[in-house]
Design a protein around this ligand. Structure first.
Ligand SMILES: Cc1ncc(COP(=O)(O)O)c(C=O)c1O
Length: 364
């Protein structure tokens, strides 16, 4: 049986460090907003080169509070990819703003050439998602944002450590939003997230928003929420951060083996954008026979997933936006044809080989 992801293997690789960190936090007697959070925020700010990092409860909160801190709300529009996980869009609609969808390019990310046509007088921001761990065309997106005077909120929930022309995702735009869900390239052992930014005033607003809108205890400037990254997760994340580049390398090596080993006319392999360092959070292949391929792999004991079977514009929760099947054909085709092969830190070599053989033996 080939698992899609087995977190226990990654945990076991660094178990003594995780356990030391968790025990350190547990034994400290201080569990919320303490030294571990401060240390992690400083280390992540340092790793990314961003001036500020604010730890939060989840990636969705990172997006929601980033949008809120920029003052984006009802009547405003935010340009989002049509091909993404729903959370990218929820961060916008949670604030009462309207998502405007843009079709993906051949790298699965928002097509930079189509953004200009989506800009209106109400547009406030562009929200590119570095989907599957591959950077978007940030140079073009930054140029468009500059031309129209728009903020950029980068959704880096899948792209920790991914670079474009040497620059880390999350550092191109106004603010970078991260999830540390356990399976992510930098994962905690529970829920958590963060934003990074070079703008101290913006960081300060997010810092207040995460703590009931308060900077000084019992003084509430903003209508905030409770979205704090707890001390145990902050301690564990310091371990994950130390091994982030190594983990990304591990998945890249698996990806290289897939790219070399998979030979099938029925499967299209992923391509990397020139200048991009993909971190392969997801290894996404396309096949017109996706469902049959998934069944064939399951019969061979290989588990796979689909990222994502229903694009946001066709989700029931967004029926009010009035989109129909055919509104975004490229995204809909990806939803129909995409299949994610197993790839994770600690994945055994034999499992990689088994996946390659199973894909290559697929016939229709
Ligand atoms: C692209 C993207 N954005 C946002 C999120 C939300 O992150 P979280 O699960 O930490 O709320 C996820 C994670 O699942 C994601 O994949």
């Amino acid at each position: 049986m080939v698992d899609f992801v087995k977190l226990k293997r990654q945990y076991d690789l660094f178990a003594p460090e995780y356990e030391e960190a968790a025990l350190r936090a547990l034994r400290s007697g201080w569990y919320i907003m303490g030294g571990e959070l401060e240390a992690f925020e400083a280390q992540f700010a340092n790793y990314t080169g961003a001036g500020c990092c604010v730890g939060l409860n989840s990636g969705l909160d990172a997006l929601t509070l980033a949008v809120r801190a920029l003052g984006i709300g009802p009547g405003d529009e935010v340009i989002v990819p049509a091909n993404t996980y729903i959370a990218s869009v929820l961060g916008v609609t949670e604030n009462g703003a309207t998502p405007v969808f843009v079709e993906p390019d051949r790298f699965f990310c928002m097509d930079a050439d189509r953004i200009g046509a989506a800009v209106t007088s109400r547009t406030k921001a562009i929200l590119p998602v570095h989907l599957y761990g591959q950077p978007c065309d940030m140079e073009a997106i930054c140029a468009t944002a500059k031309k129209y005077g728009l903020y950029i909120l980068e959704d880096c929930a899948q792209s920790h450590g991914a670079r474009l022309n040497g620059r880390l995702t999350g550092t191109f735009g106004t603010i970078g939003c991260f999830s540390f869900y356990p399976t992510k390239p930098l994962g905690a052992l529970g829920d958590s997230g963060a934003v990074i930014t070079n703008d101290p005033a913006l960081a300060d607003r997010v810092r207040k928003l995460r703590n009931y809108g308060s900077g000084i205890k019992y003084v509430n400037e903003l209508e905030g929420v409770n979205s704090r990254l707890d001390e145990v997760q902050a301690a564990v994340l310091q371990v994950g951060l130390r091994h982030l580049d190594e983990g990304n390398e591990y998945r890249r090596r698996i990806a290289e083996r897939y790219l070399k080993g998979i030979r099938s006319d029925l499967v299209t392999l992923p391509v990397t954008r020139p200048g991009a360092e993909h971190v392969y959070h997801v290894f996404a292949v396309l096949s017109e026979h996706r469902d049959a391929l998934q069944k064939h792999l399951a019969d061979k004991g290989v588990k796979t997933l689909i990222h994502y079977p229903i694009p946001p514009h066709l989700q029931e929760c967004y029926a009010r936006l009035g989109y129909v099947r055919g509104s975004f054909p490229t995204s809909e085709a990806y939803a129909q044809n995409e299949l994610s092969l197993p790839i994770y830190v600690g994945m055994p070599d034999d499992d990689v080989e088994a996946v390659i053989e199973a894909v290559n033996s697929f016939e229709v």
